[in-house]
Structure formats: structure tokens, C-alpha cells
Design a protein around this ligand. Structure first.
Ligand SMILES: Cc1cc2nc3c(=O)[nH]c(=O)nc-3n(C[C@H](O)[C@H](O)[C@H](O)COP(=O)(O)O)c2cc1C
Length: 136
């Protein structure tokens, strides 16, 4: 079985609140654990950055579901590659909200203090998520 890592960025729709995030994480908890998917979701008020890890088929199927979700728009794949080891194996979907406390990390990965994941390379996006993981 190939293990795949897919990282994408998307823009949140305007009316997002904590309940929306809770609902997404509840879906992830049900679905991802049943399908052997791990990953991490990063959010600030404007954007999502998400990493999905699992078999090629399950990652592709989940990404297709997520693509059509009306809670976000303009998804762009930043990285899609075969991996030998998962980086987020402990979580069906780890979650980090960008706040003033962790925004200083953005500079290291080529961003200003404005979180715009569309401007990240796939590798920078991956390294940023791994770096944020260490704060969990
Ligand atoms: C940014 C974003 C990330 C999401 N991540 C996941 C995920 O990791 N796993 C998942 O099952 N659904 C995820 N969803 C929700 C799916 O798009 C979809 O609503 C869900 O799979 C429907 O399943 P449910 O009927 O069990 O709630 C995400 C949605 C958004 C907007």
C-alpha cells in the first residue's frame, strides 16, 4: 500500500465560527479513524491549511469529499507525494488555530505575520505543519 501525503490550502467562507470547526473535527474523528487517515488542520480567520495522510485511495476519496464542502472555497493542492512514514500518526486530525502566540513561526517559513498558505511551497507548508505539531 502506498502511503500518500496531500497538503492543500483553501479560503474559508465568511460565516465560520467555532461550531463549524467543531463539526469538521467531529466528521474527521468519525471518518478518518475508520479509514486509517491521519493529518493536521490549521486555521486562521481567512484560510485553511490541511495535511491528509493515508493510502492513496482513501486520501483521494477524502479530498474529493472535502473539495465539495461549502464551508470553504478555492482549494489548491500544495503537495501530493508518496511518503514512507506518517508525520501525524498520533492524530486522526490534529488541529491548530493560528493565534498571536504561534504566528511568529510563519516568518521562518517565508510568510509575513499574515497567514496566506497559497504562497507556501509544498515543502514549506509541510515543515510549518510539523513545526506547529510540536506545540500540541
Ligand atoms: C477545511 C475542511 C477540512 C475537512 N476535513 C475533513 C476530514 O479530515 N475528514 C472528514 O471526514 N471530513 C472533513 N471535512 C468535512 C467534509 O468535507 C464532509 O463535510 C464530511 O466528510 C461529511 O461527513 P459527515 O456526514 O460524517 O459529517 C472537512 C471540511 C473542511 C471544510
Amino acid at each position: 500500500m502506498y502511503l500518500i501525503k496531500l497538503i492543500y490550502a483553501s479560503r474559508c467562507k465568511n460565516n465560520l465560527n467555532d461550531k463549524v470547526i467543531d463539526d469538521i473535527l467531529a466528521s474527521a474523528s468519525r471518518y478518518n479513524s475508520a479509514k486509517g487517515i491521519s493529518g493536521m488542520l490549521c486555521y486562521d480567520t481567512n484560510f485553511f491549511l490541511q495535511c491528509l495522510e493515508g493510502s492513496r485511495r482513501t486520501v483521494n476519496e477524502l479530498y474529493s469529499r472535502i473539495l465539495h464542502d461549502p464551508r470553504h472555497e478555492s482549494p489548491v493542492i500544495l503537495q501530493y507525494e508518496v511518503i514512507s512514514v506518517r508525520d501525524f500518526s498520533e492524530w486522526e486530525m490534529a488541529y491548530v488555530e493560528l493565534t498571536e502566540d504561534n504566528k511568529e513561526k510563519l516568518y521562518k517559513f517565508g510568510l509575513t505575520d499574515v497567514f496566506d498558505p497559497y504562497s507556501l511551497s509544498g515543502d514549506s507548508a509541510n515543515q510549518l505543519l510539523i513545526s506547529l505539531k510540536h506545540d500540541l
